[in-house]
Design a protein around this ligand. Structure first.
Ligand SMILES: Cc1cc2nc3c(=O)[nH]c(=O)nc-3n(C[C@H](O)[C@H](O)[C@H](O)COP(=O)(O)O)c2cc1C
Ligand code: SF4
Ligand code: SF4
Length: 259
């Protein structure tokens, strides 16, 4: 199948999933466009032509595709074209995320011709996987891009490749993270955090506070805050961070899957 272009589609709050998608894009010999589903969710169906390679990158949230991201991906349609499924995780594990992402893509009419689990700095505990994706990750993602483009060109829709992905069905239960960022006295009230929050958890009139019922702990507000006022903080956070750093200290390596 002659592939004419690629669409980088990602859900990125703290920026590493976007960076991963861009590194894959740089490794493709195709014209590419990009869309961040966190900032521009799909509110209606979006169909990609069959000669477009969809590169779909999602962060792993508690071993799953983030629910808000899955909501958008259910509106993405493939018309029999190829897709690369990429789960970006914070050096703990990707559990059922890649299987779930591939299932979402197949249900939308794509053929998943390749998949990868890539590692990035953890957005809640940034000392875990700190600085990743790094140079070695970038080299892996360039190789993955080349392999993915070749697999897309080789796609025969009558006999699509069968990928064997780690992870199971039914997927592990979706769990929310009971940690939420807040603002401190450096807050100037600029409203950037409330504008970016995908869950409507910040009232622009009181941006130091967070609605814990709505917050999905994505860290987008921390990434955009110009003064460094918003952060995960408090004794419960520090305790969780200590345990998590210990548990996830060993470096994990990215891995690719082709049929
Ligand atoms: C709510 C939440 C849950 C997460 N769960 C996991 C997990 O199960 N395994 C893991 O290795 N990393 C986990 N992470 C880390 C993210 O997968 C990782 O930091 C990802 O690169 C974030 O993407 P972003 O920088 O584009 O926002 C989690 C992060 C968040 C915010
Ligand atoms: S982005 Fe930062 S400075 Fe701006 S309102 Fe939010 S917490 Fe305050
Ligand atoms: S308040 Fe929660 S959901 Fe909203 S951007 Fe911040 S971490 Fe994400």
């Amino acid at each position: 199948m002659k592939i004419k272009s690629a669409q980088l589609i990602y859900f990125s709050a703290a920026g590493t999933t976007e960076r991963t998608a861009c590194l894959i894009g740089e490794g493709l010999a195709l014209p590419t466009q990009g869309r961040n589903l966190l900032r521009q969710p799909l509110t209606e169906e979006w169909a990609l032509p069959a000669d477009c390679l969809a590169v779909v990158c999602v962060p792993v949230y508690a071993g799953r595709v983030p629910a808000l991201c899955a909501e958008s991906l259910r509106r993405l349609k493939g018309e029999g074209g190829p897709a690369l499924a990429v789960a970006v995780y914070g050096n703990r594990d990707f559990d059922d995320c890649l299987v779930e992402l591939s299932d979402l893509l197949e249900a939308g009419g794509f053929h998943t011709v390749g998949a990868a689990a890539a590692v990035a700095q953890h957005s809640i505990f940034p000392t875990v996987g700190q600085g990743r994706p790094d140079g070695e990750d970038a080299a892996f993602l360039a190789r993955f891009a080349a392999g993915g483009e070749a697999a897309a060109e080789a796609l025969d829709p009558a006999a699509p490749p069968a990928l064997h992905l780690p992870g199971g069905r039914p997927y592990r239960e979706a769990r929310s993270v009971p940690l939420h960022p807040s603002g401190d006295r450096r807050c100037t009230g600029c409203g950037a955090c409330a504008a970016v929050c995908p869950a409507g958890a910040i009232d622009p009139a009181a941006p130091k506070e967070t609605d814990g019922e709505r917050c999905i702990a994505c860290a987008a507000c921390i990434a955009v805050c110009p003064t460094g006022a918003r952060a995960f903080r408090g004794p419960a956070y520090r305790l969780a961070q200590k345990g998590f750093e210990k548990k996830c200290a060993a470096r994990r390596e990215p891995v690719a899957f082709f049929g």
